[in-house]
Design a protein around this ligand. Structure first.
Ligand code: PAF
Length: 292
């Protein structure tokens, strides 16, 4: 079997209009095909490609969307600077069996005068919701628009954006959308750094510092494995990892219930350790499930 990178590049069809992608989905469905959807903001890396690979493996047809969604960036964030490289993205997607790439313009997704925003479920409120007010309004809005335009069987998301997966799952359940949400594991560099399009902002020194996120999660996991149960004690040791790495701007270090994201005082059941911090110009997040 050919390795993905050795496969001759295919050329997925590219469309930019909602009506075109919708028509394509209707025809594929009429032909009895199951459809997988991978929503992205582009600047694709191996994490995105693992979602694409899962969809290609599990569905008859795969649609990838590339759209840097302005409404999920809050004031002062990196919307303008967010890495964009569509030719490179298409090259990478050409190495997989992607059938269609939807690359809409801003006007296509937010027609002039549009003002509707989705109010996300309660699980959007803590953690990212506190640090990035209205971020999940933007995420829920764009994801719902995409689900509406592309009524796929399965939509694929990465565990790195854990809270996003809960928001999307709850929205799908609340709005009775008949789509399965598949969550794929975080893809990491060999030293543990979680892949993120924002890693592109890091210089060599900052990339070293960024390891504090995954290292702190490893420390939490080891402490739980060796019997520590007190969240306060675990969090203080995680905080020390950031201090040692010289990362001062921490948005949160939290141990939470994996379903509700409510903080837990004791790790007596599966618990999500989740962190967010700024390293240079990059705001990075990571998480890991702790299993006592
Ligand atoms: O995870 C992302 O890249 C984005 O939040 C998403 C789901 C593509 C919506 O813009």
């Amino acid at each position: 079997m050919l390795r993905t990178e050795d496969r001759p590049a295919q050329h997925p069809q590219i469309v930019g209009q909602a009506i075109e992608v919708h028509r394509w989905v209707r025809q594929a469905r009429a032909a009895g095909k199951t459809i997988g959807l991978v929503p992205t903001m582009g600047a694709l890396h191996a994490g995105h490609l693992s979602l694409v690979a899962a969809s290609c493996q599990q569905c008859d047809a795969t649609i990838v969307t590339i759209f840097v969604n302005p409404t999920q960036f809050i004031g002062g964030e990196d919307f303008e600077a967010y890495p964009r490289n569509v030719p490179q993205d298409l090259k990478l997607l050409g190495q997989h069996e992607v059938d269609l790439v939807f690359i809409p313009t801003q006007d296509e997704m937010y027609p002039a005068g549009s003002s509707t925003l989705v109010l996300p479920p309660d699980v959007a409120q803590p953690l990212e919701g506190l640090c990035r007010p209205n971020h999940f309004h933007g995420v829920a809005t764009i994801v719902l628009k995409l689900f509406h335009m592309i009524p796929a069987d399965v939509a694929y998301f990465g565990q790195k954006d854990y809270q996003q997966t809960l928001v999307v799952r709850q929205m799908v359940a609340d709005l009775r959308i008949s789509m399965r949400i598949a969550v794929c594991p975080t893809v990491r560099e060999s030293d543990g750094l979680a892949l993120s399009s924002r890693n592109a902002y890091l210089n060599e020194h900052q990339r070293e510092q960024a390891l504090a996120l995954s290292h702190s999660l490893q420390v939490a996991s080891q402490l739980v494995q060796t019997g520590e149960r007190e969240s306060a004690s675990i969090i203080s040791k995680m905080r020390q990892v950031f201090a040692d790495a010289g990362v001062a701007k921490i948005d949160y270090i939290a141990l939470v219930d994996p379903d509700t994201l409510a903080e837990v005082r004791q790790v007596n059941a599966p618990t999500l350790a989740t962190v967010a911090a700024h390293v240079g110009d990059a705001r990075l997040i990571d998480n890991q499930l702790l299993e006592p």
